[in-house]
Design a protein around this ligand. Sequence first.
Ligand code: HEM
Length: 619
Amino acid sequence: MPVIDVHNHFFPRSWPDLAARFGTPNWPWIKHTSPGKAEIMLGDRFFREIYSACWDPQVRLEEMDRDGVDMQVISSTPVLFAYERPAEQALECAALFNDAALELCAAGKGRLKSFCQVPLQDVDAACNELSRCMRAGHLGVQIGNHVGEKNLDDIGIVTFLHHCADEKAAVLVHPWDMFGQQRMPKYMMPWTVGMPAETQLGIVALILSGAFDRLPRTLRICFAHGGGSFAFLLGRLQNAWEHHPVAHGTCELSPEEYLDRFYVDSAVFDRRALTYLVETIGPERVLLGSDYPFPLGEDRVGELIRSSDLQPGTKTKLLGQNAALFLGLPEAAEGKSHDEQRRAEPNQPRSHQLTYSSYLQVPELLSLQHPQSSPAHHDELLFIIVHQTYELWFKELLHDLDAVVKNLRDAGENPDSRDEVYEAARLLRRCTEITRVLVEQFTILETMLPTHFLAFRGKLEPASGFQSEQFRELEFLCGLKDEKMLRYHRPTPEAYAQLERRLREPSLHDVFFEALRAMGKLEIPDGATERQRFDARAHAVLSLYRDEQSNRDWIDVCERLTEFDELVVGWRLRHIQLVERIIGTRMGTGGSAGSSYLKLTLDKKFFPELWEARTLLAE
Ligand code: HEM
């Protein structure tokens, strides 16, 4: 039986500046503080420290394996609900994070599913976004337990819950925006006292108002954190209902008789509390929920259930069987967990044979295009795909150039062996062919009219080509190291650290001339000036060309490096032409002067000595 966690959260690695987008303060933003660590800020205020499991599917999957969890249903965090803001802003925010959730799930090897969020202050907008999300692949929705002064029995919210039942969307209710915060400023009391009370209020409102009588029984709704204080205080509620007409509300049945209308998760952090919860709410009604990977989450997901005194059959239900039914995945309830599959078929091939699509991860790849314009402008898809294609080729270039560096280093250490030199030249030929394609590819983007680009350009700021980590890596790897460019990568510590590493490591330029030095072709006297060093390197190249007979393989490497240099300058030139064709001499979204800035980069060469040698040859 698979293990399914229905209550855990994610944050994307980054998202657009919402405060700038809407011109209102205190929107959540993410501050990356060190590799794998970040802080969620609300304007200037610190909210929460998080780590890479929030955004990195690999880390998530590893920790799921560690904890024996087969599937997680991820949801965003209530600070993103924005119910108190204008509905159109909350809708845009919801759509942004709903699409980001699917992106994370796409990389989750089928083990990550998601709940969306909706602008619940506007019932029509909420229903529309829910329907869109269900079509896109979400399993349901996470909602807050109130919208301002409105509890879950509000007529608009009940209408929305009806719609959830119609859409077969599972609903996870999460407490948020806790009342009485003036009296709970310290010690995390809004979380430890406010949240359980908020959740209890949500359930009681649905029961006593008679909302459950009007809602269809097909509605699948679950309350987080074990339903808050509800189970523990159910006796008190029942007592009031039986003895005080004023506590009756307008429901048809007594509170105890509504326990089969909702689920609660298992996040109660105490074995006795879990046993009591199962006894009170029922063994079919409690689902594994962990609050992973937040500080108040379960450390080892599922540990509380596994280590409890519950019957094995009940544990199985809590760990996954109940969740499969709540989520509307009955086939999962029949299925086996990862571990069970491995144990059952130790030497068998995996049940899913490799296909074109699974090998290339085509569905994942095709789910990675998310236009910022809404409704999406037709040409934004092209804009995204062209850039993504460049980045894929940049990845291949880095892969090949790293191998060239290794081969040239080996060639320097072993000057008698020529294999490494041939191999370096062969791979460099691939790099030049890729770069030729990269120069050509701009023509596709030039089929986009300037007016069409301007229609969505405003949505892209402050994202800019300056932030292409791989482009800068390529420059650093080849030998053009400009530390100043690191500043564009401050928002992404992983990229920053990677570029710092490239800055420190020997470049292609370094290893090429080091190999010539090891072969006795290059001698640089101690104390030589920069200019003298440059001249010595150019003369070393000259000496190769002057003895063609003995140096054919090295000359081949020189020619390939020169061609690569030439093609990269060609790339810069074509990029400038594209920029001028599309935005004229306007400033860039990265804050530079645009084409006039880019023209300054045309003089950049990776291997100026190879060019200088040509002048020397002609003399
Ligand atoms: C509509 C198409 C494009 C426009 C208007 C455009 C505009 C610009 C501008 C103005 C800059 C200067 C930095 C800034 O202030 O933002 C820039 C830099 C850059 N762009 Fe583009 N660009 C376009 C397409 C592309 C494409 C398809 C790529 C492919 C990867 C690309 C990669 C880069 C890179 C790597 C830089 C940094 C260059 C450097 O620092 O030398 N751009 N772009």
